[in-house]
Design a protein around this ligand. Structure first.
Ligand code: XMP
Length: 512
């Protein structure tokens, strides 16, 4: 692998991952590493330039993080952003001090010189600031190339040594021209070729899985969601039958879901996948449980037990596959030490220890939309690539109260009708997540000549980009009418349908 690469050193800013994302969008490969990474560790990267990220510290604080020393001897172009600028200044003899007032939010940058970093840009730019400290005196050999009303040295450069520092954040969307600045740095100053794409990612991922796994055996739980499917397809392409996937049917999946996933992944994609029907065990463990967090705990623990038992049948296994994505990694990257980088989202931490498994995470460099792109590059159909997320505890957190076979049947039917209606209207991809919820209350209705006293289905559809915040989706009246009519007519035990018009926050997407 010899892509031209930008090395990003992370000083702990909440925006560090966005730098990576913007650079990749330019078609340039980059990697984000803790600022203290040893040069030995990144030696195999063909990096042509270094970006120093922002960070929450003050450079002169006692425990402030600093860039690995060897970095400065490489004579490569460096772009320091925010804290990165202050780190540059400290290194080269400038003076940084606490600003009299914090500068946070929009600012106007005036570009002072005809400057390669700001090529193809007007001489005034809107930029986004978020800092307390600022550069008071220029470091040796540097000159100011941009200023704002609050910072005389909002952008500085040493053209001879190719060192650049900017006080603002080019990686956030609030700096509308930020991507051009990153482009200027990566392409014009560092000379990177734009040769990175999903196609090349596939080949590299397969090669690196083969190298890592050798003759070993890998196991992984597969749910049929986009992340686990893409990860499983990569494993299948890399090591074929030496990857063993398990689809655990916990009895809380949607209508015909387990069969459909098996058909798609094993039948069509040829993945070595075993269906484990553990539904009775899960439902038994859930009997009489109504507390949402208790449901989650029981489902999580039962999942581990079942998975562990299945894995033990295989004999010697070496690796555990996880579909960890980049946003999951970011939280653990910076200064928390290596143990924190093992994500235990599905509570498989125990497995790693008990079975002495090593973790394999082929998607850990990617963002969610990049995983979808990778899915397409692997030839997966839209149904998989654009599948809406489904929670691990499944329908158990959509049946308020006691989870029984009968309640599950009702909810499955209602949910399938709602999603059919949405697909038929061509809205599936526009909606972040859509589903039905079964409420434990009864209300009075009338059917034919007789009164009914039956349960309520709530429909929920949200639009969202990150699932951290969400808004209810304004579904067309006739779609809601169709869904409601069909649910009340076809699902025994339901005589009323309501639509959830709450946003997150203060509500959540799921009801439990
Ligand atoms: P909330 O309800 O917190 O959901 O707004 C945000 C997103 O997370 C999913 N979700 C879960 N996923 N295990 C999961 O794997 C869970 O326990 C869980 N709870 C919520 C939810 O479906 C939505 O996409």
């Amino acid at each position: 692998m010899s892509h031209d690469t930008i090395l990003i050193l992370d000083f702990g800013s909440q925006y560090s991952h966005l730098i990576a994302r913007r650079i990749r969008e330019l078609g340039i490969y980059c990697e984000l590493h803790p600022c203290t990474v040893s040069l030995e560790e990144v030696r195999k990267l063909n990096f042509k330039g270094i970006v120093l990220s922002g960070g929450p510290n003050s450079v002169y604080e006692r425990d402030a993080p600093h860039a690995t020393d060897g970095i400065w001897d490489l004579n490569l172009p460096v772009l320091g952003i925010c804290y990165g600028l202050q780190e540059l200044s400290r290194k080269f003899g400038g003076q940084v001090s606490a600003g009299e007032q914090r500068e946070y939010g929009h600012a106007e940058l005036e570009i002072l010189e005809n400057e390669p970093l700001f090529a193809h840009l007007p001489d005034h730019l809107q930029v986004w600031m978020s800092h307390g400290d600022k550069v008071q005196n220029l470091p040796n050999g540097f000159l100011a190339i941009g200023r704002t009303s609050n910072s005389e040295f909002a952008a500085i450069a040493d053209h001879d040594r190719n060192l650049y520092g900017i006080q603002f954040h080019p990686e956030v969307t609030h700096t509308p021209e930020g991507k051009i600045i990153l482009r200027n740095f990566a392409i014009e100053i560092c000379g990177c070729r734009t040769d990175w794409s999903m196609g090349s990612f596939v080949e590299e991922a397969i090669a690196s899985i083969r190298e890592k796994v050798g003759e070993g055996l890998v196991i992984g739980a597969v749910s049929g969601g986009v992340d686990s499917t893409v990860a499983a397809v990569l494993m299948n392409r890399a090591i074929g039958e030496r990857f063993h996937g398990f689809l655990i049917d916990n009895g809380l999946l949607r209508l015909n879901e387990a069969q459909q996933v098996m058909e798609r992944l094993k039948g069509r994609l040829g993945i070595n996948l075993t269906l484990v029907d553990a539904s009775e065990r899960f439902l038994q463990n859930l009997e009489g449980v109504t507390n949402p967090e208790k449901k989650r705990r029981i489902i999580g623990n039962t999942f581990i037990e079942v998975f562990e038992e299945e894995a033990e049948h295989l004999g010697q296994v070496d690796f555990l596959l996880q579909g960890t994505l980049y946003p999951d990694v970011i939280e653990s990257v910076s200064f928390k030490g290596p143990s924190a980088t093992i994500k235990t989202h599905h509570n498989v931490g125990g497995l790693l220890k008990n079975m002495r498994l090593k973790l394999i995470e082929p998607l850990r460099e990617l963002f969610k939309d990049e995983v979808r792109e990778l899915g397409s590059a692997l030839g997966l159909d839209e149904e998989i690539v654009y599948r809406q997320p489904f929670p691990g505890p499944g329908l158990a957190v959509r049946i308020l109260g006691d989870v029984t076979e009968k309640q599950l049947d009702m909810l499955r039917q209602a949910d399938a009708i709602f999603l059919d209606t949405i697909r038929a209207a061509g809205l599936y991809r526009k909606i972040g997540q859509a589903f039905a919820v079964l409420l434990p209350i009864r209300s009075v209705g009338v059917m034919g000549d007789s009164r009914t006293y039956e349960q309520v289905i709530a429909l929920r559809a949200v639009q969202t980009t990150d699932y951290m915040t969400a808004d209810w989706y304004p579904l067309p009246d006739d779609l809601l009418r169709k869904a409601s009519n069909r649910i009340i007519n076809e699902v025994r035990g339901v005589n009323r349908v309501v639509y959830d018009i709450s946003s997150k926050p203060p509500s959540t997407i799921e009801w439990e």
